[in-house]
Design a protein around this ligand. Structure first.
Ligand code: FPP
Length: 264
């Protein structure tokens, strides 16, 4: 309580990152943070560099934020790395993006093992090039017993496609008599999504000033707190994540109901 009183009076800018981390950790940390990593192209353009240089820098940000999320005790971090719509980009850019998981997992896997991070993915892996699939499957296999942060890549992911697959899965079970129509509840739909084993995201972050969901986790985000920042993804850092979490911790999540004193 005393800490809460203090934290309301303290100007966060006067605290060190370590002090802010300690304060944040004394409040509920979002279990699942989902991020739409946007602005790589603009970051590169501002520096007269090719777009792919922005993606490469964005990959380094994923490393930085994975480390920090694991230090903070976040349980799951889902990063939107490639959408089903991103295939429309020039082939050279798509090819570059498809090589990033190979580089990322090749260089970062030992550290993720040390940090007890488990790699997972959502999305349809079948259309990914063989080298991308191999890097992901190898990393998922190697880290499958890790019990710390889940680093969940959304790759060739689209939320509507995911929901359609879930519907088909449920309908097949109805046809086979494993489910009845009455069994199709919110919990049942949730259990048929690719994120079935993860908590729903508590916090969604989108960088680069764009304010839309772009077919990302539409079902799962129903009660998620949203945080939009103008910072471009390659510039996003520990302080930015901390700011989003501090803001999340100040919010009063009501899930459509009333909380505490409001109920009397
Ligand atoms: C959107 O920015 C970003 C993407 C489509 C790709 C995101 C990928 C990464 C950040 C790297 C992922 C790393 C691994 C390891 C898979 P944009 O290019 O659309 O930016 P713009 O709107 O400024 O053009």
């Amino acid at each position: 309580m005393l800490k809460k009183l203090f934290s309301k009076q303290i100007n966060m800018d006067t605290l060190s990152v370590e002090e802010r981390v300690a304060l944040a950790k004394s409040e509920p940390i979002p279990a699942h943070v989902a991020i739409i990593m946007d602005g790589n192209g603009r970051w590169a353009k501002k520096r007269a560099m090719p777009r792919v240089a922005g993606h490469h820098e964005g990959m380094k940000t994923v490393q930085k934020i994975t480390r920090f999320a694991s230090d903070l005790g976040i349980q799951a971090l889902t990063v939107y790395a490639f959408s089903t719509e991103n295939w429309k980009r020039p082939k050279a850019e798509v090819d570059f993006l498809m090589r990033l998981p190979v580089e990322f997992l090749g260089s970062f896997l030992p550290e993720m093992m040390e940090r007890n991070v488990r790699v997972e993915m959502i999305g349809n892996p079948e259309l990914l090039p063989a080298h991308t699939q191999k890097a992901l499957y190898d990393a998922m296999e190697e880290t499958k017993h890790n019990t710390g942060l889940v680093l969940n890549f959304a790759l060739n992911y689209g939320s509507r496609a995911e929901i359609i697959d879930a519907m088909k899965g449920m309908l097949e079970k109805v046809q086979e008599g494993e489910l009845t129509i009455q069994d199709i509840t919110e919990e049942c739909v949730t259990a048929h999504l690719m994120t079935a084993h993860l908590p729903e995201p508590d916090l969604l972050i989108r960088t680069s000033g764009e304010v839309r969901l772009s077919n990302f986790m539409l079902w799962q985000l129903a009660y998620t707190e949203l945080w939009f920042t103008d910072t471009l993804w390659p510039d996003f850092n520990e302080k930015n994540l901390l700011e989003a979490i501090e803001n999340y911790q100040k919010r009063n999540r009501r899930y459509g109901g009333l909380k505490g004193e409001e109920t009397t």
